[in-house]
Design a protein around this ligand. Structure first.
Ligand SMILES: NC(=O)c1ccc[n+]([C@@H]2O[C@H](COP(=O)([O-])OP(=O)(O)OC[C@H]3O[C@@H](n4cnc5c(N)ncnc54)[C@H](O)[C@@H]3O)[C@@H](O)[C@H]2O)c1
Length: 324
């Protein structure tokens, strides 16, 4: 698992371990956390260094790669495209090169709803045109587009998982979300509720019931579960495919704030800020394909349940992993 010391990867490692897989995390720890690697060995290294990836594959007898490692801040990607193309595209191609050299045949890729761009219709189905409106989405789409070529030429089967908004924390409280800087609304709202800097709401004049953006929050443990099923299915059927991972139920930023206030019993101080360029009003998944093909159903579809797990972790770890 590249990027397995990060937020989603660390949860997926737990799910893979529980399903009987032997997990090896390959991470440069730039955004990840050593303490988040609780399941499996940690190899410190950079995915752009093809030889180190090859070496790790050989030494640990890897038979499948889940590729989480990437940079993921949309605003930063627009300001620093070099970094995003180098890490997200160059990094993924480096891993694929190492895999083909070592005859590894299975690749599960962390993609994103940002590859769809401004939705033409919602809920978003997998066949929706992919026209990203920012550099981050472009870099993820570039990798998606490379995959069929690698499959044809080198026989690398792949599963593309397009996550919507990952949220929540391990229900057992072992891992949680600790990005620096934090860019996601639930941890930021929790931080605001607990005396951190206030939350900014980017626009309240969208054509939505309360004027704030609607998003699809998918629990990180449900994402983790989907990864296990995706790998099982890929190995079993050998069929490459792409799936949306979301609940199919959108929630507004105001609803998130209300939920955080309900769950924490504290007020979330927030201010209104201008709309951010490239923020669509409504983004939510049609999750039926993953549900049918992977027999996957999100267990934490309720927003309060998602926020509850995030709050439990933040309450117990007010400084996150405390290493950044
Ligand atoms: N968080 C979300 O809501 C979301 C939504 C859609 C897609 N995704 C994708 O899911 C993946 C994981 O996201 P996350 O929220 O867990 O992010 P994260 O930053 O918590 O984890 C990413 C991990 O990758 C590692 N990494 C980055 N570049 C590396 C490199 N060159 N070499 C080795 N390790 C490297 C980081 O140290 C970190 O541990 C990313 O690919 C992201 O684009 C995330």
């Amino acid at each position: 698992m590249t990027g397995g010391a990060g937020y989603i990867g660390s949860h997926a490692a737990k799910a893979l371990h529980a399903a009987g897989y032997r997990v090896v995390v390959f991470d440069n720890l730039k955004a990840g956390h050593r303490q988040a690697v609780r399941y499996g060995d940690l190899v410190e290294g950079d995915v752009c260094d093809t030889n180190s990836v090859r070496d790790a594959i050989r030494r640990h007898e890897i038979f499948a790669v889940m590729h989480f490692a990437a940079c993921l801040d949309v605003g930063e990607s627009v300001r620093e495209p070099v970094r995003y193309y180098r890490n997200n595209v160059g990094g993924a191609l480096s891993v694929l090169e190492a895999m083909t050299a070592e005859s590894v045949r299975y690749f599960v890729f962390s993609s994103t709803c940002a590859t769809y761009g401004e939705p033409l219709e919602t809920p978003i189905v997998e066949t929706h045109p992919q026209q990203p409106i920012n550099t981050y989405g472009e870099t993820k789409l570039a990798v998606e587009r490379a995959l069929p070529h690698y499959e044809r030429a080198y026989g690398v089967g792949f599963t593309v998982l397009r996550y919507f908004n990952a949220a929540g924390a391990d229900p057992d409280g072992e891992m949680g979300e600790d990005h620096f800087p934090e860019i996601h609304v639930i941890p930021r709202a929790i931080d605001a509720a607990t005396g951190g800097r206030g939350l900014e709401v980017f626009g309240d004049d969208y054509p939505t019931p309360d004027g704030t953006c609607l998003r699809d929050y998918i629990h990180v443990a449900d994402l983790a579960d989907a990864h296990v099923r995706a790998l099982d299915a890929l190995v079993e059927t050998g069929k490459s495919d792409a799936y949306n991972l979301g609940t199919g139920r959108p929630h507004s930023v105001r609803e998130v704030i209300d939920s955080v206030e309900r769950i924490t019993g504290r007020r979330v101080p927030w201010t209104l800020a201008p709309r951010r360029p490239g923020d669509p009003a409504v983004l939510y998944a049609a999750p039926h394909k993953a549900q049918a093909a992977l027999h996957w159903t999100p267990r934490y579809a309720d927003l309060d349940a998602i926020v509850g797990t995030a709050w439990n972790w933040h309450h117990a770890h007010p400084k996150g992993y405390g290493d950044k």
